[in-house]
Design a protein around this ligand. Structure first.
Ligand SMILES: *Cc1c(COP(=O)(O)O)cnc(C)c1O
Length: 389
């Protein structure tokens, strides 16, 4: 084909094509130079052909960004190499030496490490707050933080933050509210509609949903996303086009998968609650949860993660996890198969042992991320393992 001729390779494909291309070429050097002069390529739409280099934009990534933005009711979105790349890019884009950040707890182990260990090395001061208590949020805001970062429901305790109240408090003091919505998914909760400024996802989890890719995303107002896009362009943590294509495939079944996961998790939480051998169940969908009222207000479903403690502590917890059939002993969550682990020893191991308990991560907590198997099958496996305990 002649150089620079308009090309259409899509052939009315029903599935969005995979642009496995790092580079996009131009008919004349002046045309390419004109694009570079105006800065990195930030194409406004998937139809825009000013892609130059896939670190600055790629049509497959872009299609996914727009679809994710639509799911969260955002102006714009940006996809990353991982959830952690997305969170780090937010910190790099909106903080600098001397600024304060407030972080809700608990949070994912590596998120804790970014805020507790990495950022302080660059002069950023982090305060951890129990954002499920709105008076604690107000107290943290008195320090005039640049940003309040929280997860709701939180990993692994499923503590819920009242997002409307937190957003109102943040607005009053010009503090950016960033919500990690990985546990809820856009099917169950839309933080931007409740007043958050940015929403983050680990695409690795429910959105990817099949344990076969690692990715992250941020959605929000165009102005904020543009700032993040520049950070991503110069630091490089982009989502590979093939991984973006796989996520596009996952989006088709997201709602179906999450609905089944909601049902499975609620049924499992109700089952666990009935056993005398179970000391405590953590699930915002249970009427007995201290977060049920607020969860019902801001969520459409309660998600696919259930945590619990057994009587007999860590020894019993390990025994149970090893005995349970029908669940993989693995990190991650939101997949089609049920995954089980002990956060204090694994996903949140990076949080110092002496700090774990005070951040809402009991040593013997067991976290289950349910899959999409038939509910009766899931419950039968748990009944059997509890019987054998
Ligand atoms: C897994 C996870 C992350 C990190 O995402 P990666 O894709 O593993 O980098 C961030 N937040 C939450 C709540 C998570 O569960």
């Amino acid at each position: 084909m002649a150089k620079g001729k308009s090309r259409s390779y899509t052939h009315r494909a029903t599935v969005p094509p995979l642009y496995q291309s790092a580079v996009f070429d131009f008919a004349r050097v002046e045309e390419l130079a004109a694009q570079i002069k105006s800065g990195p390529a930030f194409p406004p739409s998937v139809d825009d052909l000013t892609y130059i280099y896939s670190r600055g934009g790629n049509p497959t990534q872009r299609k996914l960004e727009l679809d994710l933005a639509a799911l969260e009711g955002a102006d714009d979105g940006l996809v990353f190499a991982s959830g952690m790349a997305a969170i780090t890019a937010i910190a790099l884009s909106f903080c600098e030496a001397g600024c304060e950040i407030a972080v809700g707890y608990p949070v994912y182990g590596d998120t804790y490490a970014v805020f507790a260990d990495l950022l302080p090395r660059f002069g950023v001061n982090t305060t951890f707050v129990d954002t499920s208590d709105i008076s604690e949020v107000r107290r943290a805001l008195a320090r005039s933080p640049r940003m309040l970062f929280c997860e709701t429901p939180a990993n692994p305790s499923l503590a819920v933050t009242d997002l409307k109240a937190a957003a109102r408090a943040c607005k009053r003091c010009d503090c950016l509210l960033v919500v990690d919505n990985t546990f809820a998914t856009p099917v169950n909760q839309n933080p931007l509609a409740l007043g958050a400024d940015l929403v983050v996802h680990s695409l690795t989890k429910f959105i990817g949903g099949h344990s076969d890719l690692v990715g992250g995303a941020v959605m929000g107002a165009k102005e904020l996303i543009t700032r993040l896009r520049l950070t991503q362009f110069i630091t490089g943590a982009i989502l590979d086009p093939f991984a973006a294509w796989l996520v596009l495939r996952s989006l088709k079944t997201l709602e179906l998968r999450v609905q089944r996961q909601n049902e499975n998790a609620l049924a499992l939480a109700k089952l666990l609650e009935k056993y005398a051998k179970v000391a405590r169940v953590y699930y915002p969908g249970l009427a007995s949860s201290p977060y049920h009222r607020i969860a019902k207000k801001q969520m459409r479903g309660f998600g696919g993660i259930v945590s619990f403690e057994l009587k007999g502590g860590l020894r019993k917890a390990k025994r149970f996890v090893n005995r349970l059939k029908g669940a993989r002993i693995a990190v991650s969550l939101g997949s089609t198969e049920t995954l089980i682990q002990i956060p204090a020893l694994i996903t949140h191991r990076i949080v110092p042992e002496g700090v774990q308990e005070s951040l809402g991560i009991p040593r013997d907590l067991v976290r289950v991320a349910v899959g999409i198997e038939p509910t009766a099958e899931l419950l039968a496996h748990f009944r059997q393992a509890l019987k054998e305990l």
